[in-house]
Design a protein around this ligand. Structure first.
Ligand code: UD1
Ligand code: UDP
Length: 377
């Protein structure tokens, strides 16, 4: 009997990093024919992330355009994923997270009555525009999908509150921890030549920012706070791997290009980024994935957002929400830089691992196999 096909969809860097361990787990199980559908919502950043896991897409829709609109992503992914499902006739589709690829690829599955599994289901900020459009992407995806693979108990509670049937929810942990454990083994020193500029014993901060709702003034304020920190601490270095979005790059370059202690570079390969997270004094970021990773490696992260859909990172992890106000960012960062007790207090909060133990992908693969073995041969 031929094996059933499972299509795993990825569109952006974080989806690739967090779906890769699921693909690897499904493939090592040997039960399914596992295909990777890349929408190409991200071009180089997607390939870079998949490459680290030695994965290549079976098909790439290459939809990315410079400064693309949400309408463009939604419509091209909906049509392109639908056409691919019509060819492959998968028994199941897996999508990850909260991007527009996630939602549109799930919708294309629903239109064909193919059961869709949502990896990282149930995250909620409960504010439709923060983050934008991710909060709505998550809500809509969770309404469409047949299986909700929730990373935490809190995510499960969110789903139950919205009426998701309990027997369709499985708490697995977050697959980013699986990706991190896979990577940590290979991360003793960085390979990127730009990082060689870092003096060996100077403290450095790792900074990333890319969110749509921060484009413009909020990102200007974030950059301005960084320059204030550099002025206050001339010994301090910063590593800032810039997202490839031109709007983000223009602003970052305007404020930080001429600063000699700043390494303003292209996105780092995942192992180098993990190295930088570990080696930094602390992290400033508006990224979702980085909040989870920072908790796992016990590294304080100042969250450059007004709300988070990952409150576990703040309650049990190393996250502190500082928003996008430059004075707030500056004062919180100064406190971490100048008050060692405060730094230690935050590090000590990470005695629990709210985002899982590195076995999320195995749990997802097992659940899918069980479903087809027992219920739907
Ligand atoms: C997208 C997701 C966001 C996720 C982020 C991860 C949506 C609407 N947004 O945001 O949820 O947190 O990815 O990074 O789904 N670009 C390149 N090369 C690349 C990637 C991007 O040049 O490899 C540029 C292009 O000009 C592109 C722009 O970045 O138009 C924005 O990309 P897009 O995927 O629309 O938004 P992100 O901000 O990356
Ligand atoms: N990351 C990376 N290289 C970089 C910056 C980030 O590999 O230069 C990884 C990071 O470790 C995390 C993921 O990319 O796993 C987060 O991606 P991003 O911040 O773009 O998206 P989000 O998580 O906010 O959706």
């Amino acid at each position: 009997m031929s094996r059933k096909t499972v299509v795993c969809v990825v569109g952006t860097r974080p989806e690739a990093i967090k779906m890769a361990p699921v693909v690897l787990a499904l493939r090592s199980q040997g039960y399914f024919n596992v295909k990777i559908l890349a929408t190409g919502q991200h071009s180089t950043m997607l390939d870079q992330a998949l490459g680290h896991f030695k994965l290549t897409a079976d098909v790439n829709l290459h939809i990315m355009k410079e400064r693309q609109s949400l309408d463009h992503i939604t419509s091209t992914v909906l049509t392109g994923a639908g056409e691919y499902y019509d060819i492959e006739k998968p028994a199941a589709v897996l999508v990850h997270g909260d991007t527009t690829t996630t939602f549109a690829a799930a919708l294309a599955g629903f239109y064909r009555k193919i059961p869709v599994g949502h990896v990282e289901a149930g995250l909620r900020s409960n504010n439709m525009y923060l983050p934008y459009p991710e909060e709505m992407n998550r809500v809509l995806t969770d309404r469409i999908t047949a299986w909700a693979f929730a990373p935490t108990d809190l995510a499960k509670e969110n789903l139950l509150r919205e009426g998701t049937p309990e027997d369709s929810i499985l708490v697995t942990g977050n697959t980013v921890i699986d990706a991190l454990y896979y990577t940590v083994k290979s991360t003793s020193k960085p390979l990127c030549p730009e990082l060689e500029r870092l003096p060996e014993d100077s403290p450095f901060l790792l900074v990333t920012a890319h969110r749509r709702e921060s484009w413009g003034k909020p990102l200007e304020d974030i950059c301005s706070a960084l320059t204030m920190l550099l002025d206050a601490h001339p010994e301090l270095w910063m590593v800032i791997p810039m997202h490839r979005n031109p709007s983000v790059r223009e602003t970052m370059r305007k404020y930080l290009e001429d600063r000699k202690n700043v390494i303003l570079c292209d996105p780092l390969d995942y192992p180098d980024f993990v190295w930088a997270m570990n080696a930094s004094r602390f992290i400033l970021s508006d990224s979702g994935g980085v909040q989870e990773e920072a908790s796992a490696i016990k590294k304080p992260v100042l969250i450059l957002r007004d709300v988070t859909e990952r409150p576990e990172a703040v309650e049990k992890g190393s996250g502190v929400i500082v928003g996008v106000d430059k004075e707030m960012i500056y004062s919180n960062a100064i406190k971490l830089l100048e008050n060692k007790d405060h730094l230690r207090q935050i590090e000590n909060k990470c005695r629990f691992q709210p985002f899982g133990d590195g076995t999320a992908s195995l749990k997802i693969a097992e659940a899918l196999k069980d479903y087809f073995e027992n219920d739907h041969k």
